[in-house]
Design a protein around this ligand. Structure first.
Ligand SMILES: Cc1cc2nc3c(=O)[nH]c(=O)nc-3n(C[C@H](O)[C@H](O)[C@H](O)COP(=O)(O)OP(=O)(O)OC[C@H]3O[C@@H](n4cnc5c(N)ncnc54)[C@H](O)[C@@H]3O)c2cc1C
Length: 430
């Protein structure tokens, strides 16, 4: 993509100089970051779902493969699904080589994303610490860290003193219910700004000619001889048909629902995952801390809020709020692990519908329904994989060949039994 000054309208490119120029004109002539398109009757590719994965797919179709006659169809607003609801942790501390390759490729893409897309996604590689509370935990995290190093990914074991130096507000008291014996850190991991990831991909894709169509729900598939050749939609109160050579879906928690419209049954169950933030405070935590034992993790946002994430609800649901039992469990863990946070007020709590598969690994590939492709199954951990999810799906759509990184993550593995069970590796899998 070329977002260089000469190729875009005045103030389309974000730079200090353009900021000054725009300020001179009272910021009246910025161009919109992306155009809100009206649907055309036909495209080469339709991507259903304007979350990070859908937008990244469209961007890489245009950027890597020159396919620009593409529509991203989003039933609400872009980034309004899990992409805008997650706790933004990017990491590649997975156990199996297949996952390590996939997620680390994504971390590398994240490292260059602000520059490539000319949009500050605020990726802050401040490290993610996984705590060990027992001798058994220590064995477990050292096995985990060793596996990462075998896979060529950075991981360092930490003793209790090193953890204390990095996160002094943790509970190191003699009567701590969960004594901290050490842990390990992936230093290249850390949070990024979720909205910025969605917006930057949308802006990049739109600049290359992709149509981004919001408030347009896909209501069904058009088939010809069993092949998907388009979708039916509901856009601004009007029912429309939009046709395409290929249709891809990246709709996360709605995957089984949308796939069912094409007659496809997916091994995906939808659960609510919730998160919450405290009132903003001065910097107190400049790393990310995860305790698999209490099923909770903490970071501090650039605005100062303590961002707290926890486990899934114990039952399938499409309710975007999360159950009180989990809220209570997460907050109890928070005040135990960070006693001083007990004095903070909780500012917001919310939920997102995540797409969980049995082995906690994604599905990126063709489906048994000709013309229909999927990207789903990221469950509680697909923010970090937005770049690689888009990259690999775009490759398949453009070339007809599965990208080598996506090869192990085909739907077929549920038939062959070649599962990649990352549930244990990810602890709580965010
Ligand atoms: C509370 C929480 C915390 C999380 N924390 C992390 C984390 O720290 N790190 C991490 O890596 N991951 C995390 N995740 C997971 C991550 O957010 C998701 O895996 C990721 O955002 C999925 O992106 P997506 O683009 O596939 O889906 P989404 O962003 O959900 O986008 C899918 C889009 O499809 C649209 N859609 C659905 N049905 C239709 C239809 N019929 N027609 C048109 N559009 C449709 C939806 O409106 C939605 O916008 C977390 C998730 C939650 C909920």
């Amino acid at each position: 993509m070329d977002l260089s000054p000469g190729t875009m309208k005045l103030h389309a490119r974000y730079s200090a100089l353009n900021l000054l120029r725009a300020a001179w004109r009272d910021h009246t002539d910025w161009v919109p970051a992306w155009s809100d398109a009206e649907p055309k009757p036909r495209y080469d590719v339709i991507v259903i779902g304007g979350g990070g994965h859908g937008l990244a797919t469209a961007y890489y179709l245009a950027k890597n493969h020159g396919i620009t006659n593409v529509a991203v169809i989003e039933k609400g607003w872009i980034g309004g699904g899990n992409t805008g609801r997650n706790t933004t942790i990017v990491r590649s501390n997975y156990l199996f080589p297949e996952s390590a390759r996939l997620y680390d490729f994504s971390v590398h893409l994240f490292e260059n994303l602000s520059k490539e897309l000319n949009f500050n996604i605020m990726f802050s590689q401040r490290g993610v610490i996984t705590l060990a509370h027992t001798r058994h935990d220590l064995d477990n995290v050292s096995r985990w860290a060793n596996a990462m190093r075998f896979n060529g990914i950075d991981a360092d074991m930490l003793d209790v003193g090193q953890v204390q130096k990095l996160a002094p507000r943790l509970n190191f008291g003699p009567d701590a219910r969960f004594p901290i014996l050490g842990g390990f850190i992936q230093r290249r991991a850390g949070p990024a700004r979720h909205d910025a990831v969605a917006w930057s991909y949308a802006r990049g894709a739109s600049a290359l000619g992709v149509d981004i169509i919001q408030n347009c729900a896909v209501t069904g598939f058009i088939k010809n001889d069993g092949k998907v050749v388009g979708v039916t939609t509901h856009h601004k109160g009007v029912a429309r048909e939009i046709r395409a050579e290929k249709v891809a879906m990246a709709v996360a928690g709605h995957s089984s629902h949308v796939a069912a419209m094409a007659g496809l049954s997916l091994p995906v169950t939808s659960y609510t995952l919730q998160a919450m933030v405290s009132e903003p405070i001065k910097p107190v935590l400049d790393t990310v801390v995860l305790s698999p034992a209490v099923g909770t993790y903490w970071s501090q946002s650039d605005k100062g809020e303590v961002v707290i994430g926890g486990a899934l609800d114990h039952f399938p649901s499409y309710g975007q709020r999360g159950s009180f039992g989990i809220t209570q469990q997460v907050l109890a863990a928070t005040v135990e692990m960070f006693p001083s946070f007990g004095r903070l007020r909780l500012m917001r709590q919310w939920g997102g519908i995540v797409d969980v598969v049995q082995d906690s690994s994604p599905i990126i590939g063709a489906t048994p329904v000709p013309g229909l492709y999927i990207n789903c199954g990221w469950g509680t951990g697909g923010f970090k994989s937005i770049p690689v999810g888009g990259w690999t799906l775009a490759h398949l759509l453009a070339t007809g060949k599965t990208h080598e990184l996506a090869e192990p993550f085909q739907l077929d593995r549920f038939r062959t039994g070649r599962l990649i069970d990352e549930a244990a590796a990810a602890g709580i899998a965010h």
